[in-house]
Design a protein around this ligand. Structure first.
Ligand code: 3HB
Length: 321
């Protein structure tokens, strides 16, 4: 059979190196978010280092679907890479929920150390069970709370009882808010702006970067600077697609991803501080609260999760070192 190939297709084939392939990397964050910026920087560096053999298209803002859908597509090899929150992992294996332990790490430096530690590596190695190859742990800023109403430092978390608090669709975050007597309302990031603006939720658990860049602050009564959780990011490849890649290219991708992600993690102290400064300058009321503000719910969370997730106590030991 004679196959007709258009001139345009021939020209394209001539321009691409042998074995060149377009890959897709999905993520839910918008273009301005640091995760997306890092994905784009990594993709550009990888295309150059592999002379165009590995050309990764970055698809932000949940264009490839929510994380549950992206995970399915990674498993079948319909998409190749993703930067994911740990939500889909934690919903399948409680041990992946332990990074969300409240007040586990007091700052982004401690968070960065934990995400490079032995427990984090164990979890990365376990991603094979999801049909993934784990390329590394990154993170976003520390978790904070943004409320529509005015909240005071003196009144404690009792002020949030009964309120609908947006969380990531993720058991450890939801448990934390249930323990505080609030009504956790799971909602993925892309839905957040409208839900908060329209009053579908009374408050949200989020980071300063999102509050500032995505403009949630415009509808905020109070920003609660609580830094109560860290927020890991998993850089992953479809195990199926990873296997099909040339060994040399895999090494290049792994190396560049690791370096770019480490660079991103190192930026988060600054991103948190700069975003918070922006919020203060914009005149949004900010209160700073610590572990005591949340009362006995923090200890109750640990009591429950030490039972559920055997790796939690190992991570607590690493944090205390
Ligand atoms: C989230 O709160 O859902 C979220 C925040 C990020 C990155 C990804 C998800 O900064």
């Amino acid at each position: 059979m004679i196959r007709r190939i258009s001139l345009a297709a021939l020209a394209l084939m001539a321009a691409l190196p042998a074995g060149a392939e377009d890959y897709r990397l999905g993520l839910i964050t918008p273009p301005a978010h640091q995760w997306t910026q890092t994905a784009q920087a990594a993709a550009a560096e990888i295309a150059e280092a592999t002379e165009g053999r590995v050309n990764i298209l970055v698809m932000p803002s949940g264009q490839l679907g929510n994380e549950a859908r992206m995970l399915q597509q990674l498993q079948t090899g319909a998409i190749d890479f993703a930067f994911l929150t740990a939500a889909e992992f934690a919903n399948r294996d409680d041990d992946f929920g332990i990074f969300y332990a409240p007040f586990l790490a007091q700052d982004t430096e401690t968070a960065a150390r934990l995400l490079k530690g032995a427990v984090a590596q164990t979890l990365l190695d376990r991603m094979g069970a999801f049909g993934l190859r784990g390329l590394g742990w990154g993170m976003a800023g520390m978790r904070q709370v943004v409320t529509a109403a005015e909240v005071t430092a003196e009144g404690g978390a009792a002020q949030l009882a009964g309120q609908r608090i947006r969380t990531v669709p993720l058991a450890p975050e939801m448990d934390f808010w249930s323990g505080l007597g609030a009504a956790p309302t799971p909602m993925p990031l892309p839905a957040l702006f409208d839900a908060f603006a329209n009053g579908q939720v009374d408050a949200m658990q989020i980071d300063h970067e999102g509050t500032w860049n995505a403009g949630y602050w415009r509808h905020a009564g109070t920003v609660i600077d609580s830094r109560h959780m860290i927020f890991p990011m998993a850089a992953v490849a479809s195990a199926r697609k990873w296997q099909a890649m040339a060994e040399g290219d895999r090494a290049v991708v792994q190396d560049i991803m690791a370096r770019q992600i480490a660079g991103m993690v190192a930026l988060y102290g600054e991103i948190d501080a700069a975003s918070l400064a922006g919020l203060r300058e914009a005149g949004v009321p900010v209160i700073s609260v610590g572990r005591d503000w949340f009362g006995p719910a923090v200890d109750a969370w640990y009591a429950e999760w030490r039972q559920k997730a055997p790796l939690l106590e190992d991570l607590e030991r690493e944090a205390a070192e």
